[in-house]
Design a protein around this ligand. Sequence first.
Ligand code: G3H
Ligand code: ZN
Length: 279
Amino acid sequence: MLVNGKEMLMNAKHNHKAIFHFNINNLEWTKWILEKCNELNEPVILGVSENAISYMGGYNVIVSVVKSLINDLNISIPVCLHLDHGKSVESCKKAIDAGFTSVMIDLSKLSLEDNINETKKVVLYAKEKEVSVEAEIGSMGSINNNNFDLGNKTNLSDCLKFVNETNVDSIAPAVGTIHGIYKGELNIDYKLIENISNSIEIPLVLHGGSGLSNDILKKCIKSGITKININSDLQYEWSLGVREYLNNNKEVIDPRKIISSGEDKFKKMLENKININKQ
Ligand code: G3H
Ligand code: ZN
């Protein structure tokens, strides 16, 4: 069942659990995530970046693929289809028109005022179609090869102002995590998560969930995080499986065999993350 993110996130928030957002990049990843989450009976958010949307062929392709898989695989868990890091009001509108059930508008590089003003336009458009909206406050860092930037953490008053003025359904406050697998120790501001969580009703989202131990993720949930975004951990595990397979099977040319050789490791990582809720 394709649903927006509101109810699943509010339920999780009240039960002090996390909903996982896993990024999809192709048909196979989408299928594996749906299969594993359905097997574990856990609702899931499928996150799709603008780059992944172009790669897969467009907004309508994604919606058709996800709906068809839900149907053909008899998926019975709630599934939310979410635009990840939408960079403009226009791309959010395109996703909504195509049938995405949730969008993130990420204008965190703008001033707070401009971020608020643009986000309001997305909320206005989304509410009419019952699509949920997430926005980022402060800015997330990222790591690419060995270059990394730590981003800019947000603060409570910006979050309060943002939520009051925009009426978004969830916020992703920058609290010290970064996108990608960072090997050192990050300075995550648990107190800030706690303060924001105690002061606002809507769920909080943690971006950059990869490279963090399950204990750290559990501490984030305990502090008030409800949605955890994971992308790079899945990419890493999948690529390990594929590399190993190709090294041992130099003659193979069947793309189905090559892509699927990462499935086991991919699904193990997925299960390992989802089981955090059971520990
Ligand atoms: O929006 C997507 C996530 O924040 C993924 O970050 O690659 O560090 O898991 P990650
Ligand atoms: Zn992110």
